[in-house]
Design a protein around this ligand. Structure first.
Ligand code: ATP
Ligand code: MG
Length: 348
């Protein structure tokens, strides 16, 4: 569970610091809207930090995955460009990180087929994240894609032989499946030399940031403060955030999830501990807490928002970044597919 993953993340952190060249990252996002603070503190921040340490990084824009929980992928070109913009604004460097779109790399889907043969229907149906997403889905029936997308993600991760995935808590079951796929593929087809690594999740200090309604901050739930929002909108959203009736502010995630998530947010923005932030507000109550959070978020995001506006002026550049990234990802995926086919004896 999460406690084990957190402990392991701390160990991984030491290993990365010691030898960043041993690691390769794959992470990504669905182009379902603009990125928000949950993404930022849940994974984006780690991606940039590790990229800057010299860890080779692949960032997938998971456009096919948009269709897991809705019938049509709306505003796709706009949302894809928005993701690239958000990445650039937070410091993803296209010279060092490969940003690409799933649909532009056909070899990914060829990996999916053997991978699907390695997992059971029972394993797919007990995935808790998928169950939760089905419960919140706008569709009346569950598509085959919703059911199998964790296997799709295994292909997204393993095509580039990534061994590290900075992600939020919801990804833990998916990563478990990716590890299973890698292990079974190696056992069945690998011979003496394993083809795939067994990747690990790197959780941040905010693996599950809550939105203004008190549940996981999420692009699709309308409860998010986006990186792109302006200062006034940020203030308005945080003012409307759910809290509780107790006046004295404390940091107590188990018993006061909404208040604690706000406290944590201010702490992360200000580089302080959550306990310090809570103590500083004390009996100021929810109103003082929200003022602190608003100011902390707006201060922290100001330079990111300025860069975002700057990059937003040149849409041609955004598309060029994607084309370059797609090309690099295709070369890597083709090489892996060749290896997979020869391991499976289907290289005729
Ligand atoms: P959607 O509602 O469309 O699924 P989302 O907000 O859940 O969007 P994803 O694109 O599914 O975003 O997730 C991208 C990455 O961000 C994943 O690694 C996920 O774990 C992480 N993430 C998303 N929301 C949060 C959150 N509230 N707290 C921490 N990490 C998050
Ligand atoms: Mg999601």
């Amino acid at each position: 569970g999460t406690a084990t993953a957190r402990a392991r993340s701390a160990v991984l952190e030491t290993l990365i610091q010691r030898d960043p060249g041993r690691f390769r990252i794959l992470t990504g996002d669905r182009p379902t809207g603009r990125l928000h603070l949950g993404h930022y503190f849940g994974t984006l921040h780690n991606r940039v930090r590790l990229q800057n340490l010299g860890v080779e990084t692949f960032v997938i824009i998971a456009d096919y995955q948009v269709l897991t929980d809705r019938d049509a992928a709306e505003n796709l070109p706009e949302y894809v460009e928005d993701l690239v913009l958000d990445y650039l604004a937070i410091g993803v460097d296209p010279a060092r990180s490969t940003i690409f779109a799933h649909s532009a790399v056909p070899a990914l889907n060829q990996l999916l087929l053997p991978f699907l043969s390695l997992v059971s229907v029972a394993e797919l149906s007990r995935n808790p994240t998928v169950k939760d997403e089905i419960a919140h889905s706008r569709q009346s029936s569950v598509s085959g894609l919703m059911f199998t997308y964790p296997a799709h993600q295994a292909a997204d991760i393993l095509f580039c032989k990534a061994n590290l995935v900075p992600a939020g808590q919801d990804q833990l079951p998916h990563l478990e499946l990716t590890r299973t796929v890698a292990r079974r593929f190696n056992d069945r087809y690998g011979g003496a030399t394993p083809v795939f690594p067994e990747p690990e999740v790197l959780l941040s200090n905010a693996p599950l940031l809550l939105g203004t309604d008190g549940v996981k901050m999420s692009k699709s739930r309308g409860n998010a403060v986006t990186l792109a929002a302006d200062a006034d909108e940020t203030a308005r959203l945080i003012r409307g955030a759910k809290t509780d009736s107790e006046r004295h502010i404390t940091y107590d995630p188990a018993n006061r999830p909404e208040v604690s998530s706000l406290v944590l947010l201010a702490a992360l923005c200000q580089g302080r501990t959550a306990q310090e932030v809570a103590a500083g507000i004390g009996s100021g109550g929810a109103a003082a807490l929200k003022r602190t959070v608003t100011e902390a978020v707006n201060d922290h995001l100001a330079p990111i928002r300025a860069r975002r506006a700057e990059y937003g002026r040149d849409r041609t550049y955004l598309r060029q970044i994607l084309r370059d990234g797609n090309e690099r990802a295709n070369a890597v995926a083709d090489a892996t597919l060749t290896q997979v086919r020869s391991a499976m004896n289907s290289n005729y």
